[in-house]
Design a protein around this ligand. Sequence first.
Ligand code: FES
Length: 274
Amino acid sequence: MYTILEKRKLNDAVELLVVHAPYVARKCEPGQFVMVRVEEGGERIPLTIADYDRERQSVTIIYQIVGYSTTRLAEKAVGEGISDFAGPLGRPADIHPGKKRILGIGGGVGAAPLYPQLRKWKETGAEVDVILGGRSKDLIILEQEFEAFCGQLYMATNDGSCGIQGFVTDILKQLLHNGHVYDEVIAIGPLPMMKAVVDITKPLGIPTGVSLNPIMIDGTGMCGGCRVTVGEETRFACVDGPDFDGLLVDFDECIRRQGMYKEMEAHACRIGRG
Ligand code: FES
């Protein structure tokens, strides 16, 4: 069992858990994820690592309560245990000294995996700016954490309750129009958002990393459930990703595949089984 050390509600639908997981905490790097099984016999859900503390032997995960398993996870209290917490899985994000200016773009809960990546870029000596977006103010998370090390923090909400009224891509366009130059953009959030970012950066040749979170089953490259097409090659997000060169990702295919299991998930919620 992996004990829950802390629990925090970030908004109505998103929660943060700090979990005692010594092995994962010792080995993990930004960009990697864990496979969580809330209880014996339940389904395995991939959750990206939002933070880690090697001394405390803890790993932070942030999740949106969207289906049966995340609802069960949300019912757990501090001091209770999670049955499986396997990882770290996937490849660490490619972060190395040399790039001077990085722009992170986090949509909704995508800000969670973006956070450790930007912090590590900052540690390499890069200047880091960030754009956070969501439907409304309540759905923007971790702004104080980003503010602590980012040069500029921009925000966009659909209803204008925080930052500009509009999309993260409106801010991106404005920054580029105003002459801001970035060596790399990292966009993590809903697929349509990442696609919209790439539609702007690709014609300009700005390297753009994205993090894909497709349906995953085993998380070890065996089942093929998480296949994505990158540069016309089939790749598995769980072992080849989840971070990929966004300029090469076939987003339309990812979006089609993501909708495949929606009805089954709704059914699992109705009958109360993961
Ligand atoms: Fe099975 Fe990636 S989850 S191959």
